[in-house]
Write a protein that binds this ligand. Structure first.
Ligand code: XMP
Length: 319
């Protein structure tokens, strides 16, 4: 724990020397551990000159917004809430390429934040970028290839970078180190134990064409995956667990009728840092419960599959 405490002090000292103390700073908070710790560091540095902003891009998990806002309020980070679902979704509908969606979402985030930065006359923008984000976006010491453009690194457009000073206090830390700092700072368990969730949200869990319908199926099925794992006491033992919806169909029989329904792919992985991951050897009865609940409660789903490939060669998210 002393190591964690030292890291934390080091970050505060380093940044403390760099920034103007009574400058205004903006931080985007998602309720994830990275942005929460970043916001708490921001609060330490800027006090009430820190503006926390929660953007609801309409691509969140079920119930996420309410949960996140209430946990952040408990930490004294009362976020400004930007209700931007329509703004994002209308730009994504019909798009078929995940990377393009990441770009569109990154651009829209940047636009929202720059409006706030301008309005508040902010000098700084804090981001919860961690070391794996940097590596996976190609910015590594060893210059690995670009795997995916994680929007919180590659996706911030040039025009935005030029407008404000960007602070990334966690850029040399791995997730488990961020978790340790979070514990040190008294971040509640519901935030520390939540699974990592990509900035572009459910948009990268829909393969093929992006539609509101698939988004709805993805959201409801993901909720079931998380709920069932929770009921079996497995939620905190896995790194991520979610549902993916694509364009392939499977013929189903519901009552007398044959119908072409969606195929939902369940992905549950175990990992330490997200860089490599094993698919989780979930007991069959848990998978069975997940499958039944999905097909029983979501009308248009006729098949549930389980993803049994580790990373590498797969990635965790489908696209
Ligand atoms: P992959 O799919 O590359 O994911 O194996 C590794 C970790 O990164 C997360 N991820 C993202 N996070 N923006 C993010 O903020 C993104 O575009 C993005 N894509 C993947 C993924 O959830 C996993 O934890």
């Amino acid at each position: 724990a002393w190591r964690t405490e030292n890291y934390y002090r080091y970050i505060i000292d380093e940044l403390g020397r760099e920034v103007t103390r009574n400058g205004v700073a903006v931080v985007g908070v998602s309720g994830g551990i990275d942005s929460t710790v970043t916001a708490l560091i921001g609060k330490k540095l800027f006090g009430d000159k820190l503006i926390s902003v929660f953007v609801d891009h309409g691509l969140l998990r079920e119930g996420e917004r309410e949960l996140v806002v209430s946990s952040l309020e408990k930490l004294g980070l009362n976020p400004l809430i930007v209700d931007a679902g329509e703004r994002f979704i209308s730009k994504l509908e019909g798009s078929t390429d995940c990377e393009e969606r990441r770009r569109v979402i990154g651009e829209e985030f940047a636009r929202i934040f720059s409006e706030i930065i301008e309005k508040e006359g902010a000098e700084y923008f804090l981001q919860g970028t961690t070391y794996p984000d940097i590596i996976e976006s190609g910015g590594t010491r060893k210059a690995a290839s670009v795997i995916k453009s994680h929007h919180n690194v590659g996706g911030l457009p040039e025009w935005f970078r030029g407008r404000v000073k960007i602070l990334e206090p966690l850029r040399f830390l791995y997730k488990d180190e961020v978790r340790e700092i979070a514990r040190l700072l008294g971040v509640p368990r519901e935030i520390i134990e939540r699974h990592p969730f990509p900035g572009p949200g459910l948009a990268v869990r829909i393969t093929g064409i992006f539609t509101k319908k698939k988004l709805d199926v993805c959201r409801r099925a993901s909720k079931i995956v998380e709920d069932v794992l929770g009921e079996y006491g497995l939620y905190s033992r896995v790194w991520q667990a979610f549902a993916v919806v694509g364009d392939d169909r499977w013929v189903g029989v519901k009552g007398d009728a044959r119908s072409h329904g969606y195929i939902v792919t369940v992905r549950i992985v175990e990992s330490v840092d997200g860089m490599t991951a094993d698919y989780s050897k979930i007991p069959y009865d848990v998978l069975d419960e997940i499958s039944r609940r999905i097909t029983n409660s979501i009308q248009d789903v006729t098949m549930v599959t389980y993803a049994i490939t580790s990373k590498p060669p797969s990635t965790i998210e489908p696209c």
